[in-house]
Write a protein that binds this ligand. Structure first.
Ligand SMILES: Nc1ncnc2c1ncn2[C@@H]1O[C@H](COP(=O)(O)OP(=O)(O)OP(=O)(O)O)[C@@H](O)[C@H]1O
Ligand SMILES: [Mg+2]
Length: 173
């Protein structure tokens, strides 16, 4: 099972809503420094209930420019299943976190179980500190690995971007 669609709403750098479509094979997210590339990978971990190393409390997930009090990320898989996590800020100041599988309210453990069936590997900053030759070899290796699976990676490296089956340019570049 692979990820085909990622819908991000009011999460970290995403103000309002952004939708990304992924293919099988190598998918590369590229854009200028600080534009929110890593935040896109973080949003996938967020859906799966993983602890975000860069965030120490739930309120940090809400986009700072949007005061809707809601943040949501939804993943669609190639067999048309959906997995979603929604955070809501209550008037008391508490943050409520809810998980949904195929539109039905679920629990974190079931979501983690579902996540284990997804054959997607996330790589942040791949190829950034490589010279051209190393990057070309790495791009070939990534293509080889992705034959039967999916990689969603962040990279500025041209050989890796060129090798990608799908490239997402985000922000102003
Ligand atoms: N809750 C939030 N609301 C708005 N902006 C946020 C929020 N949380 C983080 N950011 C912003 O996200 C930006 C960093 O995003 P990210 O780390 O994804 O960038 P990047 O594109 O991966 O950068 P680099 O190329 O340096 O790795 C920072 O500018 C930070 O202010
Ligand atoms: Mg980054």
């Amino acid at each position: 099972m692979i990820i085909t669609k990622l819908e991000i709403e009011n999460f970290k750098t995403v103000c309002d809503k952004e939708t990304l479509s992924f293919s099988g094979g190598l998918n590369v997210i590229t854009g200028a420094n600080g534009v929110g590339k890593s935040n896109i990978l973080d949003s996938i971990g967020f859906v799966f209930g993983e602890k975000d190393k860069r965030v120490d409390y739930n309120g940090f997930f809400f986009n700072k420019k949007n005061d809707s009090g809601k943040a949501a990320v939804k993943i669609t898989t190639d067999d048309n299943q959906t997995i979603e996590r929604v955070l809501k800020q209550c008037t008391s100041g508490h943050t409520v976190s809810k998980y949904y599988i195929n539109g039905k309210l679920s629990i974190k453990a079931k979501v983690a179980n579902f996540a284990r069936q997804i054959d997607t590997q996330l790589i942040d900053d791949c190829g950034i500190c490589m010279n051209l030759k190393e990057a070309e070899n790495y791009a070939k290796e990534l293509k080889r690995i992705t034959k039967n699976t999916q990689i969603i990676a962040v990279s500025h490296s041209k050989p890796i971007i060129d090798a990608a089956d799908k490239v997402h340019k985000i922000g102003k570049i």
